[in-house]
Design a protein around this ligand. Structure first.
Ligand SMILES: Cc1cc2nc3c(=O)[nH]c(=O)nc-3n(C[C@H](O)[C@H](O)[C@H](O)COP(=O)(O)OP(=O)(O)OC[C@H]3O[C@@H](n4cnc5c(N)ncnc54)[C@H](O)[C@@H]3O)c2cc1C
Ligand SMILES: NC(=O)c1ccc[n+]([C@@H]2O[C@H](COP(=O)([O-])OP(=O)(O)OC[C@H]3O[C@@H](n4cnc5c(N)ncnc54)[C@H](O)[C@@H]3O)[C@@H](O)[C@H]2O)c1
Length: 482
């Protein structure tokens, strides 16, 4: 066994690990990157990329019938070609995350499993069969744990003995499921439920709470309607309590007495951190069932070790932060703290999120419900797309822009529901990051007709609110004098 000492040892080559490894190597640090699975992690192989590629194919399949006076024949879906498109999208992006690219940047990439043996070292074991089990022992000045998360499979009686799909296997299907049952109505269940329905499968979704419980109810309403109109059978407040499997198919029973049957089952019930084989105890790294505990500088309880991305415990920085840009930003901050001694802190207030269904649900900062629960005083300015000229011309007026601001107009959050909501969110991410005021957003000069004007219109209500009482009287007087 060989021994090494490096500047930074990164475990996990997903969005977080790759960001930190590239940044450190570019500044001349000696970096080892250890990955036991596929380079690119969840986002590239089992998450963002395949799900958005599938949704893109599904969007094309959804456009049959007569719309705006144009008759389009119901599209015919060739699912094996859809599967090929999804795999091609992964393959097209894969070189950016590849071993070759990172080696060219100067990173040493080990395709192996990492496990701590002491607070300052870990051993690296080969995964491939027929080779020596332990490859190397690595000592590092700093470690970054970027091990991500994996599907949470709840301990429901009958589930373990049933052949189920997760996000790690569903994109391998080369044939369309006849009837897909989905356990869970978070982003994974909603996105994949809509995609498979549009591609022609029957879909039944059971969700223990309401759909997307982290989003405001008024934001979820248009999506619920769309799913139901398109034929997804949605059972909310239906917690699955038993799973049965026979040659005839799969049957789910819920606590509220519903029984549904289908040909395939997707488990989309949340995530759990990938920490089981890391030997965290040997390194004195505190963790809980939700992940590794860190402070706002991404430091763990072991001062040499930092963590970033999906593996970070919800209890540390806040729940619901498992997104690719969060993983990337946390990794960049962890690198700055670990190697540059730059005291950078992660700011949870500016995290954006988008559920890429049709209509999209996008948000940055506080939702209205979160603002209410925070106990602070706030105002809500809403502009529906029904009053937006571009949306009217497109014949798609679903959704709205909702701005949440404090009493002085400082933006606390923005929720956008509708076509292209994710892209429409960008100026609001900037506004929140820069501490801008609704008045500043209302004064922007924007092109007409665009959907972005709905945001300006929502922000403009800030002034309408001011135009009451003595201010209104004063302005009237000025008008008369002028
Ligand atoms: C279906 C789905 C769709 C999604 N869509 C979006 C989206 O549209 N937008 C968005 O922002 N987010 C999306 N996400 C979330 C996003 O994929 C994750 O937040 C992101 O990939 C997390 O990156 P990470 O680097 O923390 O972890 P990962 O990408 O999971 O990488 C961790 C890596 O560490 C490796 N590893 C773990 N333990 C060890 C060990 N002991 N030794 C060696 N290697 C190890 C793993 O093999 C893995 O490759 C989606 C998630 C899913 C499941
Ligand atoms: N567009 C995106 O950015 C995107 C897309 C997909 C996933 N993600 C990330 O991946 C994470 C995981 O997504 P997810 O949808 O798997 O998890 P989730 O935790 O967001 O939702 C899972 C849902 O399953 C339900 N559930 C759990 N047990 C159940 C049972 N026995 N019966 C019925 N329902 C049950 C829960 O009520 C929960 O709402 C997300 O939180 C997000 O961070 C992001």
């Amino acid at each position: 066994m060989t021994r090494d000492r490096v500047d930074l040892c990164v475990v996990g080559a997903g969005s977080a690990g790759l960001t930190a490894a590239a940044a450190a190597a570019r500044l001349g640090a000696r970096v080892v990157l250890i990955e036991r699975g596929r380079m690119g992690g969840d986002c590239l192989n089992y998450g963002c990329v395949p799900s958005k590629a599938l949704l893109a194919a599904a969007a094309r399949a959804a456009h049959g019938g007569n719309r705006l006076g144009v008759e389009i024949a119901q599209p015919a879906v060739d699912f094996s070609t859809v599967h090929a498109h999804v795999q091609a999208a992964i393959a097209a992006i894969a070189p950016h995350d590849s071993r070759e690219r990172f080696q060219a940047l100067g990173v040493e990439v080990l395709e192996a499993q990492a496990r701590f043996t002491a607070p300052d070292r870990l051993k690296v074991s080969q995964i491939a069969e027929g080779t020596s089990p332990v490859l190397r022992e690595i000592r590092a000045r700093r470690f970054l744990l970027a091990c991500g998360s994996q599907p949470l499979v709840p301990p429901i009686p009958g589930l373990a003995g049933t052949p189920y799909l997760t996000n790690e296997t569903i994109f391998d299907l080369e044939e369309l499921p006849e009837h897909l049952l989905i356990l869970g109505g978070g982003p994974v269940g909603c996105e994949l439920g809509q995609a498979f329905r549009r591609l022609g499968a029957r879909v039944t979704l059971l969700q223990g709470r309401r759909l997307l419980p982290g989003e405001d109810e008024d934001a979820v309403l248009p999506l619920r309607q769309a799913l139901q109109e398109e034929g997804v059978i949605v059972h909310e407040h239906s917690r699955v309590s038993r799973v049965e499997w026979s040659g005839a198919g799969i049957r789910l029973t819920s606590e509220d007495g519903k029984v549904v049957a289908g040909s395939h089952l997707l488990v989309a019930a949340g995530r759990q951190p990938s920490v089981a084989e890391l030997g965290l105890e040997a390194a004195g790294i505190a963790h809980d069932t939700r992940g590794i505990r860190v402070d706002r500088r991404l430091r763990t309880s072991n001062r040499r070790v930092f963590a970033a991305g999906d593996v970070v415990s919800d209890a540390s920085l806040g729940a619901g932060l498992r997104f690719t840009p969060v993983a990337g930003q946390q990794a960049a901050l962890a690198f700055a703290n670990a190697l540059l001694r730059w005291p950078a802190r992660f700011d949870v207030r500016t995290v954006p999120r988008v559920t890429y269904c049709d209509p999209e649900i996008a948000r940055v900062g506080l939702s209205e419900a979160e603002a209410r629960n925070s106990g602070r005083s706030f105002r809500v300015f809403t502009s529906p797309f029904a009053q937006n000229d571009r949306a009217v011309t497109e014949g798609d007026t679903r959704g709205f822009v909702k701005v949440i601001a404090d009493r002085r107009g400082r933006i606390l959050g923005c929720v956008i529901v509708g076509r292209g909501a994710g892209d429409l969110l960008h100026p609001w991410c900037l506004a929140l990051a820069k501490g801008m005021n609704a008045g500043e957003m209302a004064r922007l000069l924007l092109p007409y007709p665009t959907r972005g004007e709905a945001g300006k219109r929502a922000a403009g209500q800030y002034y309408e609110r001011l135009l009451t009482g003595w201010r209104k009287a004063l302005l009237r007087r000025l008008v008369r004098l002028g």
